[in-house]
Structure formats: C-alpha cells, structure tokens
Design a protein around this ligand. Structure first.
Ligand code: F6P
Length: 543
C-alpha cells in the first residue's frame, strides 16, 4: 500500500478549487436543472438501493472524488486488503475479516498460509456447539438444558455481537441472551441476580485475554457460579473465545472449551469469527451463516465493482467531501428500524477507533481532518429528539438514512407511517422552507400580517442539508451482513485516502495504563503523584 498525502494530489487541488465555486450550490437547483439526477446519483445492487442524489455534489464533484480515489491508489490498496498483505503496519498484521466470510474454496494467505481451512474448521465447531446448546443436547451440571447465555466481553468483543443479536432478535430462538461488558459491578451483579447457575452458559470473549473489564466480570461470574456448583463443573458452563490459549488456561478454563481467533482479525471487525458465538446461539447457526453470506456478497461488490458503481466507495468519498472541504465535524446515522437501535453505537467503535488517528502512514502529524464523529438513533424517535438541530441549527450534519421496504411483523399501516417519515425527512432536509412558503402557510392559517412578520424568520428552514438514503428490501441476517460490511469498507476507503492506519488503536492504551496506576494508588492509599485536580478527586473518593 502506498503512502500518499491526499492533500498533495492533483485531484485534491482540483477539489479545493471546485469547492470554492460550488460551496453555495443548492441541491434544489441541481434537481431542477437535471431531471435525471436521482437516476445518475444512485446505485442499485441486489436488495440495496443507495440514493446519494441529495448531496451537494455535481457530476464534476463525483468525478473528482473518484479521481482522488484513483490517485490515492485505492484499487491497489483494496487488493492488498483482500489478499492478506500486512496493511496493519504498526502491529505488522494483515487485516482479514473478509476471509471469515469468504467462500470455502477461496485461498487467502496470511503470512504464507491459507487461512480459509482454519476458518471453516472453527465455523464447523461453532455450528456443532450452538446446535447442541439450542437443541438441549448439551446440558448444564445438573442435567438441565441451558436457558440463558451470557456474553462477557467489551469493545469489539461485545458491540458487534450485541448489536447483531439485538438487531436480529426477530429471528431468535428460546435462549435468553445477556451481555456484560462494563466493569461497573452493577452491570454484572444486576445480570446475575436473575439467572440460575444450573441453566446459564457463559461465553468469555477477549481477543487478548488481558482486558481488565472482561477478566473482572468473568471472575465475578465464575465465583457466583461456584457458590452453587462444584468447582469442577466450571468447564461445563464457561467457554472462551481468544487468540491466547495460554492465558485462557491460566485463567483456569479448560482448553477444550476455547474457540480460537486470530491476530489478523481486528477486535472491532471480529463479529464474523468465533466472537460471534453469541449470535449463533441467539439466532441459530443458519442465520449466522446468512449474515456471513451477506457480508461476503458485499465484499465481492466492493472488490470487483468499478468505483462509479461502488457503494462503499461512494459513501466514503462523499463523507470526505463534507469532512475535508465543508469541514463538517460529525455524521449522523439514522436507521428507520427500532431493531437497529444499536447500530450507530456499534459504528462508533468501528469508525472512530479505526479512523480517529492524527499520524499519517509516514509517521507525520496530519494537517487535515481525519475520522468523523458518528452518532445517531432510530427514526422516528430521533425526529422528536435531535432533528431540530439538523434542520435549523448552525452545524452541517450529513446523515445516512437507512430504511427497509417491508417490516418484519408485516403491519402495513405502521410501516407506511414509518416510511412516510423516512422519505419526508430527507426531502425536508434538502428543500427546507422558503420565506414565501412560510408566509403562504401562515396566511392559510389565517394569521394577521403582523403575526406573520413576527413569526416568519423562525419558521424558515434553509434546507440544503445533505443525506444518503439506503433503501433495503427487508431486515434479514443476510441484509444486515451486507449493511455492516458496507460500513466496514467505507472505513477502509477513508483510511486509505487519509493515509492513516485504520487497524490499530494505540489511543485506547493510555487510559488503560493510567487506570491500572490509579488502582494501585487506591491499594497503597498514596495519591501524591497526581495533578492537584486528580489528587483532590482521589482523596474525596477514598475518604
Ligand atoms: O477498546 C480497545 C480494545 O482494544 C478494542 O479494540 C477491543 O475490541 C477491546 O479493547 C476488547 O479487547 P479484547 O477482545 O482483547 O478483550
């Protein structure tokens, strides 16, 4: 992969010029000028339809953004990503979550070895294990079938599995799923309070098996279990997912109960690996396989489709347009599905842990913006919460609207109301409301001219707020797999263009180190070695 400073490319310079003359472009006008705009600025692929016409882009903008992608050698970078080159250079690792959903017959080398047979072997174990738990063939220490599964993990070892399990709960079986992540003892104790040790299965998920939160929660869960059950029965109720067999053994777990994962899978991209065991248990292996299939299809689309028709490339480049030229600071993701309520939270880790970097691939400080701030909540709830600021605030917030043509319970009346809002919002964000329109509306309501004059300014909407609309047939395991992979590849493209390493996370380390130090200070009751603010706070806490 080449290290190209994007701001030094010809395309970037052209984009800067282009921006100057197009900054004030009004989307309303673009639609008036070109009746074929919607068709030109959209991509239809399988059950996905991406409309990016409601953006402040012209055909020239799009061409220049794609030129930037070419000049930053995106095509070559995609090949490096898919073929197992060690593109995570600061950790010297390939980035191969795509191998987890590749065809059985694929050959993908990591450090000279084809990883696909190993991946398939683990998938087979996951299938057998989850089938046995779901059918009740695998039992707890008193011979009863499992009723509850507790996933203990944090970050990538929690967010992906909990988001998918939650999003696909329409497809769930009888097992009750629980997720413990926070080291806040109230989280683990509240969860355990309502569980029966005889029928509870624990999955301890940690790539490194060194994460303080996960090890503390696993220890608390194990002690809770041992209070009711003989200690030799722990192995029946605790399984682990990790790259480190030794650490799992050290922790006192049976190596037979360990599902492996690999260094070449980043934590925040690991839900496709054994980290997704809770998904298999919650919705069954066939549905998990469909999730992988969907992601695999998106992988093929991304790798093999020319940029002009490529969904992840478009989402990434349009976002760069706003981030680096319009200086937009944040992006909203608004799923019009209550099932997807955890999707924005999941994306926060995927996107911000990946592209929240300020050192470029040459080791220099960047002098341009990188990772965007991601946030969002499902519509229509968010319309009644923060949409006011998107509509009439001072900040430019590009937003992705994700909606499904069909609901899962099939209630047409509700679905029509939901989707009417979905379409109305992007239209309103683009069109706004002019002074004349406000006046007309108020006249119609029979307001006096004085009142109209007094109120008019507050009721005007500038509009011209950009959105992407992703319309999907239906929320299924396969379509969710496609959706997640779409954003994973958007992250990749942006990292390539910004010339940063998207697959490490050194920034998280500092907080971890300081927390360990303060924990030691608690034990020694010596808080001298801190700034006066922290010292006072620590003294107050210890009092
Ligand atoms: O939050 C930092 C992080 O390193 C994430 O990248 C990772 O997903 C999480 O911690 C959990 O790590 P592990 O799976 O090793 O416990």
């Amino acid at each position: 992969m080449q290290n190209i400073n994007p701001t030094q490319t010809t395309a970037w310079k052209k984009l800067r010029e282009h921006f100057k003359s197009n900054e004030a472009v009004q989307m309303r006008d673009l639609f008036k000028e070109d009746p074929e705009r919607a068709e030109k600025f959209s991509i239809a692929w399988e059950d996905f339809y991406l409309d990016f016409s409601k953006n402040r882009i012209t055909e020239d903008t799009r061409a220049l953004l794609l030129e930037l992608a070419e000049e930053c050698k995106l095509k070559e970078a995609i090949e490096s990503y898919f073929t197992g080159e060690a593109i995570n250079k600061t950790e010297n690792r390939p980035v191969l979550h795509t191998a987890l959903r590749a065809a059985k017959s694929a050959e993908i080398d990591a450090e000279g070895e084809n990883v696909v047979p190993e991946v398939q072997e683990v998938l087979q174990r996951m299938k057998e294990f989850s089938d046995d738990v779901i059918s009740g063939d695998r039992k707890g220490y008193t011979g009863k079938a499992f009723t509850d599964v507790v996933n203990i993990g944090i970050g990538g070892s929690d967010l992906g599995p909990v988001m998918v399990t939650h999003s696909l709960r329409f497809y769930k079986n009888h097992l009750k799923m629980h997720f413990i992540s926070n080291v806040d003892g109230d989280h683990v104790h509240e969860t355990l309070e309502n569980l029966n040790p005889e029928t509870t299965l624990f999955l301890v998920v940690s790539k490194t098996f060194t994460t303080m939160e996960t090890l503390s929660n696993a220890t608390t869960a194990r002690e809770w279990f041992k209070r009711s059950a003989p200690k030799e029965e722990v192995s029946k109720h605790f399984v682990a997912v990790s790259t480190s067999l030794e650490r799992v053994e050290e922790f006192g777990m049976d190596p037979k109960n360990v599902f492996p994962m690999w260094d070449w899978v980043g934590g925040r991209f690991s839900l496709w690996s054994a980290v997704g065991l809770s998904i298999c248990l919650g919705i069954g292996y066939d549905n998990f396989e469909a999730l992988l299939r969907g992601a695999g299809k998106m992988d093929k689309h991304f790798r093999n489709t020319r940029f002009e028709e490529n969904m992840p490339v478009h989402l990434a480049m349009i976002s760069i347009w706003y981030n680096n030229f319009f200086k937009a600071e944040t992006e909203a993701v608004i799923p019009y599905s209550q099932y997807l309520e955890l999707f924005p939270t999941y994306l926060q880790q995927a996107i911000m842990e990946s592209n929240g970097k300020s050192t470029d691939r040459n080791g220099n400080k960047v002098d341009y913006q990188t990772g965007t701030i991601i946030w969002g909540e499902p519509g229509t709830n968010s319309q009644h919460a923060f949409f006011q600021l998107i509509h009439q605030g001072t900040k430019l917030i590009p937003a992705d609207f994700i909606g499904f043509k069909r609901s899962l319970f099939g209630d047409k009346d509700h679905q029509d109301k939901l989707m009417a809002n979905f379409f109305a919002q992007t239209e309103a964000l683009m069109n706004g409301k002019t002074s004349e329109e406000v006046e007309e509306e108020l006249k119609f309501k029979k307001l006096s001219q004085d009142e109209i004059e007094r109120l008019k300014a507050f009721k005007i909407f500038d509009g011209n707020k950009p959105t992407n609309t992703l319309l999907v047939e239906k929320l299924t395991p396969e379509s969710l797999g496609k959706l997640i992979a779409l954003y994973e590849h958007k992250i990749f493209v942006q990292g390539v263009i910004w010339n940063i390493f998207s697959y490490d996370q050194w920034g998280v380390e500092l907080g971890k180190q300081l927390a360990s130090k303060i924990l030691a200070d608690f034990a020694s009751k010596n808080v001298e070695n801190h700034d006066s603010s922290t010292k006072t706070l620590l003294e107050l806490y210890l009092k």
